[in-house]
Design a protein around this ligand. Structure first.
Ligand SMILES: Nc1nc2c(ncn2[C@@H]2O[C@H](COP(=O)(O)OP(=O)(O)OP(=O)(O)O)[C@@H](O)[C@H]2O)c(=O)[nH]1
Ligand SMILES: [Mg+2]
Length: 301
């Protein structure tokens, strides 16, 4: 547990400032050394309306005893209140009583991968404020799973009972990325069939010996046992991860690369958009020179 009390006002301000930071400001904000404390990062992703917020709310109640807990919800639509973020089935008074819980909604703005623009930096801020764990809700819109993968230690993919076609469509890519599958709303028909479908696909993938084998769980907001089982699966995955001495170093390298790539992608998009009409008629080499010059200037390099 963190000793210093949580300064919500300072945290809120730091997150807001980072949410609105320009690319150049972000470049300056990159940490030079590893933070003293790194929060466990649990990603909860899945299709719109899969019940992610409701699940995150119940998980937050279940995991509050593990220390300072942050909930960040990347909301592609409008910013919502804390209550709406956590779905409509959780008793908010239980959560709000806690001084060690912080809930925040982040708009996904202009990014196409469904993550907030400055999410890596905002997660660093959570580390600085001594969080033990961060639950990150993102809407899975294809690329989102790839983007969120680099940001979290444990990725939970939330699926619905009645989406047999979706499993076919998502195929191996996303299946290989998730650490835990949850067939949510298992009070509705078709949950077991969905779980069996995932099992079949997972069996074909054949993970190498020693690899994590993602559990396939059924969950429902109305069944507290199912939330507890999910929470335990998260703990098991965290323990498995932590047993690998190389893991933290690899994770840090992976996140650093992702951060840089994202910074360059955003700046490149801005630099291209800022070129005049005659730009498209220039030879490619000149286009590149112009774009790189604009990027250098914007990043104040
Ligand atoms: N039957 C059933 N309905 C549920 C369950 N969990 C959530 N819901 C309902 O599903 C709807 C969507 O729930 P949310 O938790 O907001 O889903 P979400 O995935 O966060 O939605 P977005 O953030 O908008 O993508 C709500 O009407 C919930 O009441 C469940 O376990 N069973
Ligand atoms: Mg939600």
């Amino acid at each position: 547990m963190s000793a210093a009390p949580l300064d919500r006002w300072a945290l809120g301000r730091a997150l807001t400032r980072m949410a609105n930071a320009s690319t150049a400001e972000r470049a300056r904000a990159a940490p030079r050394e590893a933070p003293r404390q790194v929060a466990r990062r649990i990603g909860i992703t899945g299709a719109p309306g899969a019940g992610k917020s409701t699940l995150v709310g119940h998980l937050a109640l279940e995991r509050l005893s593990k220390g300072r807990l942050g909930v960040l919800a990347v909301d592609p639509s409008s910013p919502k209140s804390g209550g709406a973020i956590l779905g409509d089935r959780v008793r908010m008074d239980d959560l709000e009583r806690s001084t060690e819980l912080y809930i925040r909604s982040l708009g996904s703005r202009r990014t196409c991968d469904g993550l907030a623009d400055n999410l890596p930096e905002m997660l660093d801020i959570m580390d600085e404020f001594g969080f033990d764990e961060v639950l990150l809700e993102t809407v899975g819109i294809g690329q989102a799973e790839y983007a969120v993968r680099a940001q979290v230690d444990t990725l939970v993919l939330v699926l619905l009972p009645d989406s047999g076609d979706t499993v076919q469509a998502m195929k191996a890519g996303i299946m290989e990325m998730a650490d835990i599958f949850v067939v949510n709303k298992s009070d509705l028909p078709g949950a077991q069939k969905m779980a069996t479908d995932i099992q079949r696909i997972a069996a074909v993938l054949r993970p190498p010996a020693g690899a994590w084998r993602p559990p396939i769980l059924l969950a429902s907001a109305s069944q507290p046992d199912s939330i507890r089982a999910l929470s335990q699966a998260i703990d098991q995955h965290q323990a498995w991860r932590g047993a690998d001495p190389q893991w933290r170093t690899q994770l840090r390298a992976q996140r650093a690369r992702y951060r840089l790539r994202r910074l360059l992608e955003m700046r490149a998009a801005e630099a291209i958009a800022g070129q005049g009409d005659d730009f498209v008629d220039l030879p490619m080499a000149e286009q590149l020179t112009a774009v790189l010059a604009a990027m250098r200037a914007a990043l104040a390099l």
